[in-house]
Design a binder for this molecule. Structure first.
Ligand SMILES: Nc1ncnc2c1ncn2[C@@H]1O[C@H](COP(=O)(O)OP(=O)(O)OP(=O)(O)O)[C@@H](O)[C@H]1O
Length: 301
């Protein structure tokens, strides 16, 4: 799989604010890369540098083999970017917006087919301001795709949407990837990152603090799992000797076995072998959110 975006040691300052201190990441062809980080971490600034909308102070950016600081207009023909809602006039009609955007960016599919693809035909004559949140998102995604881009940048696209509209927006993103378009997605939502993204880059205070698939991040940056059960007063100290067990605690007759992710089957077998068969065994695994919060906290200090 090729690399479509390479960012190396990107830095960008606005006056006294070091918005991006040292950001490096890659985006592979055909993947959905999620960029996560708290408010002010430097995500938007990084993505704007990648798109050629801002000039970095330092570092190297390569997008589809082009340097965005030199080839911004050539790049614009090959990438798509989701606009902010506030950038469209409320009275602009859906059909007008699509016709206008595709006239600026010739070479893509006919705008009516984009309108059809994204289920906006019934709204062709509707003003942007009259659309629901989900319909607006759909239009903004469609507008980002009128030039049939190879890479599309989406920024906080589900903020303020109801659960059903969020899910249908996720389906839109999956459809974009299914067409072969690479997606770079800035998000604050862990469920969105987990559900949609092949890989994640976590940014805190202008630096990348972790990169990997959601599962890799959880495995690499957590203490592992905790197996809990009631032992009815049985002596369970033998569990301390099992492979991968870090610690065994008994709290109010409830046993807590902390260890690596592969510990639960060993605990189950060892208990059964000794005739202990608790019927309330649970395994608690840290969530992506737990790991993210820890990474971001460490990244700030
Ligand atoms: N045009 C600008 N002029 C001055 N400072 C800016 C400008 N744009 C961003 N900043 C500052 O740079 C830092 C990084 O902002 P940026 O928007 O890149 O972060 P972000 O991670 O996208 O945040 P959010 O999640 O809140 O959108 C912040 O401290 C912000 O106030």
């Amino acid at each position: 799989m090729g690399t479509v975006i390479e960012v190396e040691h990107l830095a960008k300052r606005y006056g006294d604010v070091q918005a991006v201190a040292d950001v490096s990441f890659e985006v592979h062809e055909g993947e959905i890369l999620g960029i996560l980080g708290p408010n002010g971490a430097g995500k938007t600034t990084s993505v704007e540098c990648v798109q050629g909308l801002r000039a970095p102070d330092a570092g190297r950016v390569d997008v589809l083999g082009l340097d965005p600081t030199v080839h911004a207009s050539a790049l614009r023909e090959r990438i798509g970017a989701q606009l902010q809602e506030s950038s469209l006039p409320q009275r602009l009609r859906v059909g007008e917006a699509l016709a206008l955007f595709s006239s600026f960016q010739p070479g893509g599919p006919p705008w009516r087919s984009v309108m059809h693809d994204w289920g906006l035909e019934a709204k062709e004559k509707a003003a942007f301001g009259s659309l629901s949140g989900g319909q607006r998102q759909r239009l903004l995604v469609a507008l980002a795709l009128v030039n049939d881009p190879e890479v599309v940048f989406l920024d906080e696209m589900t903020t303020g949407l109801d659960p059903a509209a969020r899910r249908s927006t996720w389906e839109l993103v999956e459809r974009i990837r299914a067409r072969g378009t690479t997606v770079a997605l800035v998000t604050h939502f862990m469920d969105e990152a987990e559900r949609l993204c092949d890989r994640l880059v976590v940014v805190a205070a202008g630096r990348v603090v972790a990169t990997g698939t959601p599962a890799e991040l959880v495995a690499a940056h957590s203490d592992g799992v905790t197996v809990t059960f009631s032992a009815g007063g049985a002596d369970v100290r033998f569990l301390e000797g099992l492979p991968g067990v870090h610690r065994v605690e008994v709290v109010d007759d409830r046993v807590l076995v902390h260890g690596i992710p592969a510990v639960p089957p060993h605990v189950g077998k060892a208990l059964v072998d000794r005739g202990i068969t608790p019927d309330d065994m649970d395994v608690e695994r840290p969530s992506l959110e737990d790991v993210y919060l820890r990474l971001v906290e460490d990244g700030r200090s």
